[in-house]
Design a protein around this ligand. Structure first.
Ligand code: GAL
Length: 433
């Protein structure tokens, strides 16, 4: 076995151990798609290895739609799909970190615009600037101005955003609401009172939740609802203290929201939690709009099988994240990776990917006729709302800060002690913010 193969073998082994540890009882597993074993044709010009976590409901179909465009623009390049299962990339990012450490990068990988990109891959000098591609493709004219600083450092632009996702969406079962005589809640007080009504009517868990990252996702949307956009943003730029009364109130609201969730949350994927709403076992789920991709893939009808609204208390705010693809430094198939990135940034690629994925294109020249009701409303909101960043999906905090917050929230799910959580959040900011 060559040194490189040995390094890869050890990296994959370590990664699998990490994933096994991360999965616990969860039935989800690491799956690499065809062509991702040791036979990967390193250095072979007519292949490109692309790494993501889009294997699950709604997600793989979106990626496949963009791969289909790539197959028409670059029919001679084999697409090696190295997606690793697990929502929000929890497993995938552990595998990726091991590979990067072993100096065995995929040619291109999915990374979130914002601190995840800049604070991790750029800081570690693992990706190439792409200004040449932006110049060649005229992307500065079509990508949102708000996004470019989040993927840039010192004038260098480091990724190609494929979409904008919204984190602060409430998904609801309209039949359950109608049967209980409830409207979609618009404030946290209305939300909690609706869930009291549902509980009194015999529903155990009106708010469906999944594994831990979905609790962090709930945390960020409830904090936004409770604090408002300028305080939320202030937490990340240091102008609002984590020891403030506004944070205490936000954490209390988070605790209240959690009290309506299902006991088996830690064993469920985000799709499982979304399914609870479709099945009428829960009335609500708070999840990013990839849930729309999932619901559509299941053949559900918008406004009939599911309805949506901003998370109560967050109307007028768009808590966003953006998936983007990077070019690895030392990519084994650099030219093929650039061909892939060219499709990822193209109108055709984005208009194939996003209607299926449940996101709006990063580009501002989409063909609106391709998008359904929900996504059209998201496009309009993106254009007019106050835009704030997501924590769970890489915008506002670097990886170490996020991981300390995640650990604190994980403990809170067990002990439910608001004061302990707030102390841990203050410490996390002091250590890594
Ligand atoms: C996010 C990602 C989305 C979606 C979601 C659930 O982090 O940005 O595209 O994949 O995780 O897996």
């Amino acid at each position: 076995m060559s040194m490189k193969k040995a390094a890869r073998f050890i990296a994959v082994l370590l990664a699998l151990m990490l994933v096994a540890a991360a999965c616990g009882d969860d039935s989800s597993s690491t799956t690499a798609a065809a062509g991702t074993d040791d036979t990967t044709p390193a250095g072979d010009a007519d292949a490109v290895e692309v790494f993501s976590w889009w294997t699950g409901g709604g997600e793989a179909a979106g990626l496949d739609a963009m791969i289909a465009v790539f197959a028409t623009t670059d029919p001679d390049i084999e697409f090696i799909n190295s997606a690793v299962a697990g929502g929000a990339g929890t497993n995938a990012r552990a595998v990726l970190a091991s590979r990067l450490q072993a100096n065995d990068p995929p040619d291109s990988w999915q990374g979130h615009a914002g601190q995840e990109l800049i604070g991790t891959y750029v800081a570690a000098d693992q990706i190439e600037p792409l200004n040449f591609l932006y110049d060649q493709e005229g992307w500065l004219d079509v990508m949102p101005e708000t996004l470019i600083p989040l993927i840039s450092k010192d004038g260098n632009i480091f990724s190609v955003p494929v979409n904008i996702h919204r984190a602060n969406v409430l998904w609801a079962n309209p039949t359950v609401l109608a049967d209980a005589g409830l409207e979609i809640p618009t404030t946290l007080a209305e939300f909690f009172s609706a869930m009291e009504t549902l509980k009194a009517g015999g529903m155990d868990a009106p708010l469906a939740m999944g594994e831990q990252w979905t609790a962090l996702h709930l945390f960020e949307t409830i904090m936004l609802a409770s604090m408002g956009p300028s305080d939320w943003t202030g937490l990340w730029d240091g102008t609002v203290g984590w020891d403030s009364a506004a944070v205490t109130q936000g954490l209390e609201d988070f605790a209240t929201a959690l009290s309506y969730t299902n006991d088996d949350a830690s064993a469920l994927s985000w799709q499982d939690a979304g399914q609870l709403v479709l099945d009428g076992d829960s009335a609500f789920n708070i999840m990013g709009d990839w849930a729309e991709g999932f619901y559509r893939e299941l053949g559900m009808e918008p406004n009939t099988d599911y309805v949506w609204a901003p998370v109560p208390g967050t109307a007028g705010n768009f808590q966003f994240l953006s998936d983007s693809f990077v070019l690895a430094k030392g990519a084994p198939h650099r030219d093929a990776a650039i061909a892939w990135l060219t499709v990822a940034g193209s109108n055709e690629g984005q208009d194939a990917f996003n209607p299926v994925k449940g996101s709006i294109p990063a580009r501002n020249d989409a063909d609106r006729s391709l998008y359904g009701e929900y996504l059209l409303s998201a496009m309009d909101d993106w254009a007019s709302d106050t835009v704030v960043g997501s924590l769970t999906h890489g915008v506002v905090a670097n990886d170490s800060w996020k991981s300390e917050i995640d650990s604190a929230v994980g403990l809170f799910l067990i002990d439910g002690d608001v004061a302990t959580l707030q102390t841990a959040l203050v410490a996390a900011q002091a250590a890594s913010g």
